[in-house]
Each structure stands twice: as structure tokens, then as C-alpha cells.
Design a protein around this ligand. Sequence first.
Ligand SMILES: [Zn+2]
Length: 198
Amino acid sequence: MVAMLTRPTLVLNRNWQPVGVASVARSLSLVASGRARIVDPADYQLYTWKVWSRLIPQQDEPFVQSVTFRLRVPEVITLVGYDRVPRQVVTFSRLNLYKRDQYTCQYCDAKPGSEELTIDHVQPRSRGGTSTWENCVLACIACNNKKANRTPQEAHMPLRKMPIRPTWQPLYSRHNLKIQSWRKFLSEAYWTVELDGS
Ligand SMILES: [Zn+2]
């Protein structure tokens, strides 16, 4: 079930041009909220949530099992009123911060493991620094102690990169799963370079 929900769905804009890839979970939520429709790659028929949720998966088809019913897994969706996939706001959390900074100390590049990483306020909290994406970075214990109650400038400890809020973005290349039906919607270049290229 979880694996199915994280499977990639190809996202097309209103003009059926590919604009990105979203997880099945994200695609189903876009369709359920009316912001996208599901495309049947076989006959290009469009499905709203209402219709799709009533379809019964065929024997050999991938499906999502919910408490009460089985849902067919969409492979392609088309956005109704947007040209880009609406941005998903990434919530500020410890786990997401680890992911953004890739478990790496932003001062010395060390990767000591999550147990040995702390969250450093770039502008110290005691001096008005907030707990936000823009003001928090991962720091190893040594760097955090060394920096103490100072700004990076004062401590002469430049950040490896600017802390910013991470954004969801179209990712053709991160998925290894090759979905045959996408071929109909992607140019040959995309198909061979971006999808094959991992
Ligand atoms: Zn460090």
C-alpha cells in the first residue's frame, strides 16, 4: 500500500505537456480536490475522482487498498486549472531539516549521524533568531559548541549553503520505475535521457 502510494504519476498541464512527476498519493489528492483529472493512457479518457473511485481494478492491475475499497493506481494525471504542479508546502520539522541538509553539518560538512547532529539557529535564539527554515541548519556538536551564541560572521564560520525552505519540484530522474504508458506523453529525449538516466 505504501509502496503504491509513493509510485510516480506523470503530471501533465492543461495542454497535456508533461510538467513533472508526483507520487500517487499526491496525485490522488489533486484529483480528489478537483485540481486534476486522471488520464487513462489507453484511450486518453479523463476521469474525475467521483468516477475513478468507483472503478474496480482489474485482476492484474496495481491498486491502492483502503479500508473499504480498492482504488486503481493512476499513471498519468492532467491539471485542470494550473500549468505547474501546485506547490506543496514543506513543513518545518526536525526530520525535514535532516532531509534538507542531508544529515550534514552545514559548517564543516561532517556527517556524524543523526544522533550527533544538532539544530543550530543561525541568528541565535537569544538574539531574536526564529525557528524557521531560513534560520535553522544542522550542525555537529563540535561546530554548535564552537559557534555558541554568535552569528556565523562573528564566529568566522561561514555556512556551506543558504538555508531556504525546501520546495517540491518535478523530478523525472529520481524515479527508477519506468512506466510504459508515459512514453505516449513524453518526447523521446525525456524518455531516454531523464527516465533512463539513473
Ligand atoms: Zn560541524
